[in-house]
Write a protein that binds this ligand. Structure first.
Ligand code: FES
Length: 143
């Protein structure tokens, strides 16, 4: 009886490590920043694109806010250029994932380019784009 319980615990531990590791791995791929609206803009410090531990630069970050129904993905497209695209699928509003440089809907398979253009349906409309302003130290997404 003790041996059976021991083996059962070992198996559950292996499953936890396998799936927990996969979840952590996918979470660590995208940085998420919660932004507050100020005078019609979401303001993000440009330093958010730098990983403080590794000093590595992110080429995109997820922006969440109480002012948004769904997150926005903010891409760094050049040395000091940025683009912001909604992660709300235009088919039935599911939140999209960034997969191999495309925005992909896990619900029914729609795919979009990073600039929001539809690649595959069932979604027919492009994603919402946001205009972006900058200061020396911040990126401002116009709501
Ligand atoms: S909700 Fe995205 S494809 Fe249907």
């Amino acid at each position: 009886m003790e041996r059976r319980k021991f083996i059962s615990n070992i198996c559950l531990g292996c499953i936890g490590i396998t799936f927990g590791g996969a979840a952590l791995n996918s979470c660590s791929q995208m940085k998420s920043v919660n932004a507050f609206a100020q005078e019609g803009y979401l303001v993000i410090d440009k330093s958010e694109f730098i990983d403080k531990d590794s000093n590595k630069e992110f080429d995109s970050i997820i922006i969440t806010s109480n002012s948004l129904k769904k997150p926005i993905i903010l891409f760094k497209t050049g040395r000091d250029t940025f683009e912001a695209t909604s992660l709300e699928c235009t088919h039935k509003s599911v939140t999209l994932d960034l997969v191999d440089a495309q925005l992909v809907c896990s619900a029914h398979g729609s795919k979009f380019e990073k600039n929001g253009k539809v690649i595959n349906g069932p979604a027919k409309r492009d994603l919402k784009r946001y205009s972006v302003d900058k200061t020396i130290s911040t990126v401002k997404i116009k709501l």
